[in-house]
Design a protein around this ligand. Structure first.
Ligand code: F6P
Length: 389
């Protein structure tokens, strides 16, 4: 059904609906500003933000949301640098020229940050006030558990008209089978493991590969299976360092004197004594309560070398996993998510998130998507374990 803009430009609209004409609540501001009866015409001026760590496919989502919304006659506004853009009023128009050619580009053309308005004094009020001041009718928030957690809370507490898109290389968001960006990260890690195989074999070495994923082991398990890792250590499975060394020794006994160990940055070094140790680069938590993980690969390599006597080297893949062009699979998933998000806005279905269930794009509640982390099920680890040692 068509939904022609009631007012062609911003100035005209302003005259017809003066700001502050009605002292009303946040939700009623939206209704008054458009005089809407039909929820399907709800977003004539749509904001879009990307929050949290960047991730391949963000630009593909931005392009899809913008294309579909512009085709419907909406204006699309980039909210710069995640929630910071709404706190500090950083906005830019997003038109056909801005979204042209961005499908294969990594990163995000509208910037990102880990700003949490709930951790800034008056931050939420500023978000609401700037949203209103910009005459935005809806927001598409593209992010992971942190960014979408803020979206879920704003919706629950203020009826904020927001729709979510699940982004993260970590694949740890509930209520969706896959987040976009994950496939690219797994592809990059798998390529690295393939390359490390040839040098490991040449030198009879153990190669420890540290991958991202925060408190879940999705990247480690999937790239480890794809790359043929000999041991994989993830946060969900408290496999001991002694056990890992025993697997490497078993492999050597079978005549294989090189090995690949994939370790997830969130794996806690676990020992048969019962000791467990989390390795982090920065213990001070960020605005969302996360410590900056990283470094477990070096600690593990030292342990392996000491316990087995095998020469061991470490590769920390780091932010390479998040950089560059998305895989075709991520481009397609991101595009489908973007179109769904634009449709949810058009239908006035706020507080929802686009999600992948099987092969279908569906919508789920933001609350459901952010209530807990999606961890790696034991069955996946069993698949990986079949090739250990
Ligand atoms: O959530 C994505 C992620 O890449 C994690 O895997 C990693 O722990 C974290 O972000 C790194 O964050 P930053 O880019 O702030 O160093």
């Amino acid at each position: 059904m068509g939904c022609a803009p009631k007012w062609r430009n911003w100035q005209t609209r302003r005259t017809q609906n003066p700001v502050g004409e009605t002292p009303c609540g946040f939700k009623s501001h939206l209704r008054h500003s458009w005089g809407l009866q039909d929820s399907r015409c709800v977003a004539k001026r749509l904001g879009i933000l990307t929050g949290g760590g960047d991730c391949p496919g963000l630009n593909a989502v931005i392009r899809a949301v913008a294309r579909r919304s512009l085709d419907r006659g909406s204006e699309v506004i980039a909210v710069r640098e995640g929630w910071r853009g709404l706190v500090d009023a950083k906005f830019e128009p997003l038109g056909p020229r801005e979204i042209s050619g961005i499908l294969p580009r990594g990163g995000t053309i509208i910037g990102t940050s880990r700003t949490n308005p709930y951790k800034i004094e008056g931050g939420v009020d500023q978000v609401l006030a700037n949203f209103k001041e910009q005459r935005l009718d809806a927001l598409v928030a593209i992010g992971g558990e942190d960014t979408l957690g803020v979206a879920a809370r704003l919706h629950a507490e203020h009826d904020f008209p927001v729709v979510g898109v699940p982004k993260t290389i970590d694949n740890d968001l509930s209520a969706t089978d896959y987040t976009f960006g994950f496939d690219t990260a797994v592809f990059i890690c798998t390529q690295a493991i393939d390359r490390l195989h040839t040098t490991a074999e040449s030198h009879n070495r153990v190669m420890v590969v540290e991958v991202m994923g925060r408190h879940t082991g999705w990247i480690a398990v999937m790239s480890g299976i794809a790359g043929g890792a000999d041991v994989i250590l993830i946060p969900e499975q408290p496999v001991t360092v002694e056990r890992a060394c025993a697997e490497l020794e078993r492999r050597h006994e079978r005549g294989k004197d090189f090995s690949i160990v994939v370790v997830s940055e969130g794996y806690e070094l676990t020992y048969e004594s019962g000791e467990r140790r989390q390795v982090a680069q920065e213990l001070r938590p960020d605005e969302f309560g996360h410590v900056r993980l990283g470094g477990v690969g070096h600690a593990l390599a030292a342990d392996i070398e000491e316990r087995t006597g095998y020469e061991t080297r470490v590769t920390v893949l780091g932010h390479v996993q998040r950089g560059g062009s998305p895989t075709p699979r991520d481009r397609i998933l991101a595009t489908r998510y973007g179109l769904k998000a634009a449709d949810l806005v058009h239908e006035g279905k706020f507080g929802r998130m686009a999600a992948l269930h099987g092969d279908a794009i569906v919508d789920v509640s933001l609350g459901e998507a952010t209530k807990e982390l999606k961890t790696v099920p034991p069955e996946w680890y069993e698949t990986a374990k079949a090739f250990f040692g």
